[in-house]
Ligand binder design. Structure first.
Ligand SMILES: O=P(O)(O)OC[C@H]1O[C@H](OP(=O)(O)OP(=O)(O)O)[C@H](O)[C@@H]1O
Ligand SMILES: NC(=O)CC[C@H](N)C(=O)O
Ligand code: SF4
Ligand SMILES: [Mg+2]
Length: 501
């Protein structure tokens, strides 16, 4: 009846062609930061912490340590375990350290942009590690260059530390507070000088940052630690103390812990709801709230909002697992691992030149035919970004004998990119920005598709376990609404020409 391709069919073809070219180019993570103050083996503790934060960034990693006199740093491309060995850690002496795992958002993925970034100032070397992304930088880089700043990187992070180095304030802590008040966007940062550690969060509190403590043995002073996620504390036997507040600057020195507000005005909190949907580990407490609790509740709410008769609930591992458990518990439909994830698929296998259709997802996930054959299956994933993963998985599950495949997503349709530290594709590549749910359902070849509602999502992140100051309104939900908590401009417009992006 028809010889002409529909818009959707063209998309399907384009998608398949893109799969060949860039099978792994989709949603990426962000960054993890870690700091340790007052421990004889500070660099090793930081290394352990970074190991637990590896899921937040796998492009590069680094540690800077200080012994009261000198700051040293070692950075490399790749995974924490690939960069740091006993010998390498031995070159990072001192009782203080900060560390970083990176996924780039501004500045390309190269060693020069690896963090911590250390900058010489009149007050000595300052090292910084940053999770987030600055917006509205205006011409601050050019202004600083006119003032004599020599930038070593093309990342937004260096702007913070150059502002501090060129600040005219009288004390270092005033310089830091003054500089942080000038930048807009998302920043959860840890910083270190030769004898102090600092931690700060932007006034909206986009990204998480928590403080913990390891009690000193035999009357020795306590060790203080900071990390993007509390899962990094567990390996260190550090106890979660509190979150660094939005707009707060914490300083740890010989005189103990002090805190001040750097933000000049109070703005509404806009903590990233996607931390609870996808980024953070379920064993972390993020924004004061257990991620496990939120994700399970998202699954329950999804079952309440869009239940469908079926025989089996199957998660898309890993990030879909907790929501799927909640969905199964609420619906009474049995849960099982109908897709097995190969945990040994590391970045060494991820070569952009791989051109085999469907190879990426098939290498990572494999169906369990004995579970799926003849079943009506509900697949639970946390998000659909371009739609490539869902489409391949639905096909895979059907090919393994499933009678029906219903896709359920534990967040609303992603319609807008993130400018706050998550490397999402631009709007033209976000499938939900350009297609109806019905069209997406056809594209992924599912029998039905439903997303969690926005009120359902924010309710899931707050219900049942009240956390001081956390309400459905205290989340950034811009990637689902297009309403951004700050004014933003594309950072590619503001970095000087020639800066590699
Ligand atoms: O629609 P797409 O563009 O294909 O991307 C969406 C998928 O990407 C993420 O998983 P990912 O495989 O990155 O990581 P995970 O193993 O942590 O879930 C997310 O959980 C979805 O499964
Ligand atoms: N994802 C992040 O948090 C990245 C931090 C910083 N914007 C960078 O690109 O290095
Ligand atoms: S836009 Fe989305 S991913 Fe980015 S901070 Fe807001 S909720 Fe998080
Ligand atoms: Mg996934």
């Amino acid at each position: 009846m028809k010889n002409q391709l529909t818009a959707l069919e063209k998309d399907v073809m384009i998608d398949d062609m893109q799969d060949d070219a860039t099978p792994f180019d989709k949603l990426r993570e962000e960054c993890g930061v870690m700091a340790v103050y007052n421990h004889p083996d500070a660099a090793r503790l930081t290394y352990w912490g970074l190991y637990s934060l590896q899921h937040r960034g796998q492009e590069s990693a680094g540690i800077a340590s200080a012994d009261g006199q000198q700051v040293n740093d070692i950075k490399g491309m790749g995974l924490v375990s690939e960069i740091f060995t006993d010998d390498v850690l031995a070159r990072l002496p001192g009782h203080m350290a900060i560390g970083h795992t990176r996924y780039s958002t501004t500045g390309d993925s190269a060693l020069l942009n690896a963090q911590p970034i250390s900058v010489e100032s009149t007050r000595g070397l300052i090292a910084i590690a940053h999770n987030g992304n600055l917006v509205n930088l205006g011409n601050s880089r050019e202004r600083l260059e006119r003032d004599g700043a020599v930038f070593q990187t093309t990342s937004d992070t260096e702007i913070i530390v150059q502002l501090i180095a060129h600040s005219k304030c009288s004390t270092l802590v005033d310089c830091i507070a003054d500089s942080l008040a000038q930048v807009d966007g998302a920043f959860s940062i840890v910083m270190m000088t030769r004898n102090r550690v600092f931690a700060a969060r932007d006034p909206h509190g986009f990204r998480p940052l928590s403080m913990g403590r390891i009690p000193g043995v035999d009357g020795a002073p306590d060790t203080f630690v900071f990390a993007s996620e509390t899962c990094a504390f567990d390996l260190l036997h550090a106890k979660y103390e509190r979150d660094v507040e939005p707009g707060e600057l914490v300083m740890v020195s010989e005189d103990g812990v002090t805190s001040r507000r750097f933000a000049r005005e109070t703005v509404p909190t806009a903590s990233c709801v996607f931390e609870h949907v996808y980024f953070s580990r379920p064993d972390s407490r993020v924004f004061g709230r257990w991620v496990q609790k939120s994700r399970e509740e998202m699954g329950r709410q999804l079952a309440r909002e869009s239940g469908v008769p079926a025989d089996l609930v199957v998660p898309v591992p890993d990030s879909g697992v907790t929501a799927a458990l909640g969905y199964a518990a609420e619906s009474g439909i049995p849960f099982n691992f109908g897709l097995i994830r190969n945990h040994y698929v590391g970045r060494t296998f991820i070569q952009p030149e791989q051109r085999v259709r469907d190879f990426g997802v098939r290498m990572k996930l494999n169906p369990v035919r004995s579970l799926l054959d003849g079943k009506r299956v509900i697949l639970i994933d946390d998000s659909i970004i371009r739609g490539t993963t869902s489409r391949k998985i639905v096909r895979m599950v059907r090919a393994a004998g499933a009678k029906e495949v219903h896709m359920r997503i534990s967040c609303p349709p992603t319609i807008s990119p993130c400018f706050y530290g998550v490397d999402t594709p631009s709007k033209k590549d976000l499938i939900a920005a350009n297609h109806s749910i019905e069209d997406i359902c056809k594209f992924i070849e599912a029998d039905s598709l439903a997303y969690l509602s926005l009120p359902g999502l924010t309710h899931s992140c707050t219900t049942g376990e009240p956390v001081d100051g956390l309400s459905p309104a205290s989340f950034c939900t811009a990637c689902y609404t297009g309403e951004y908590p700050t004014q933003w401009v594309d950072v590619s417009e503001i970095l000087p020409a020639g800066a590699a992006l």
